[in-house]
Design a protein around this ligand. Structure first.
Ligand code: SAM
Length: 290
């Protein structure tokens, strides 16, 4: 394969309006070949990349699908999240880079928490593909994660990711956020993490690909975007031990309301954290003494 062939794929993606045509072309070539992007770059520049007709056909098919604006990670079937690759597709929310910040904060929290009987109890509410809970399980040998997800379609991906990446340390609960209360006792949890749906249908603008690729149940809450967050806060307030930590992702316009909701629900040291663009992205709080 030559650089011109890759450039041709890139031009097709650009003409189709794909936002990051170059990155996508290399991702698709990596998917078609099974070779990492770094190695592909090196081999292509050195003129050493030789591909079979079968691989070229696979690349052509992948580029055509992307040209039709099928989401990149639905074509490859795997989405990156920190150091993990998660199985994704229709019916499950594709994990986003901004949520990596919440997962990294969760890892930092875990480092500061002394395990109790060798275990740190974590609950991931609205787990989707399992991104946050699995990132935590991978980072800490002490973490025992309960991943709670209501959608049967999303749960298929959750099950497969947990089975592949952390079968010993992540337990799955298919059900509503509130069902976690039947599985973990009051005051028994050290850390709750959540990236719930928080958009308002008809108000928050979405690009066509997000609208197509992510299920409504993963995106939209009520008319204010706060309904699931409200439940997450109430459930966290019961589950967490005194001093336990909750981290909740929310819309960038929701920070003040979320802080207020936490403050009124038994939480202290409430603090909003920003993303790389300085936008309020998620809020951290500690369960106050009962
Ligand atoms: C924005 S996605 C986040 C998925 C994953 N945590 C991530 O960050 O990639 C929200 C997820 O919450 C799930 N969900 C929505 N309402 C729920 C509820 N009441 N109880 C449990 N899960 C819910 C959706 O199905 C979806 O998978």
């Amino acid at each position: 394969m030559t650089l011109e062939q890759i450039d041709r794929a890139l031009s097709r993606l650009q003409a189709a309006g794909v936002a990051s045509p170059e990155a996508d072309a290399w991702h698709l070539l990596s998917f078609a070949t099974g070779i990492s992007r770094g190695e592909l770059h090196a081999q292509t520049i050195a003129g050493r990349l030789e591909l079979s007709d079968e691989v070229l056909d696979r690349f052509e098919e992948a580029v055509s699908r992307r040209e039709q604006r099928e989401p990149l990670w639905h074509i490859t079937g795997l989405a990156p999240f920190l150091n993990l690759e998660l199985s994704v597709g229709p019916g499950v929310f594709t994990p986003r880079p901004e949520t990596e910040l919440l997962a990294e904060q969760a890892r930092t929290e875990l480092e500061l928490m002394p395990p109790r009987d060798g275990v740190i109890q974590v609950v991931d509410l609205c787990a989707g593909s399992g991104a946050i809970g699995l990132a935590i399980a991978h980072a800490s040998p002490h973490a025992q994660v309960l991943a709670v997800e209501v959608s049967p379609e999303a749960s298929d991906y959750l099950r497969s990711n947990v089975a592949r990446l952390a079968p010993e340390s992540v337990e799955i609960l298919i059900g509503d956020v509130t069902d976690a209360l039947g599985v973990r006792g009051e005051g028994s949890v050290d850390l709750v993490v959540s990236n719930p749906p928080y958009l308002v249908e008809g108000v928050d603008e979405l690009d066509a690909e997000t609208r197509e690729s992510d299920p409504d149940i993963a995106l939209f809450a009520d008319q204010r975007g706060l309904a699931v967050i409200d439940t997450v806060i109430a459930v966290s307030s019961t589950l967490l031990r005194d001093g336990g930590v909750v981290l909740i992702e929310h819309g960038i316009d929701h920070a003040a309301e979320v802080r207020e909701m936490l403050g009124g629900s038994g939480f202290a040291r409430v603090e909003t954290m920003t993303d790389l663009l300085g936008r309020p992205r998620f809020t951290r709080a500690e369960r106050a003494r009962r």
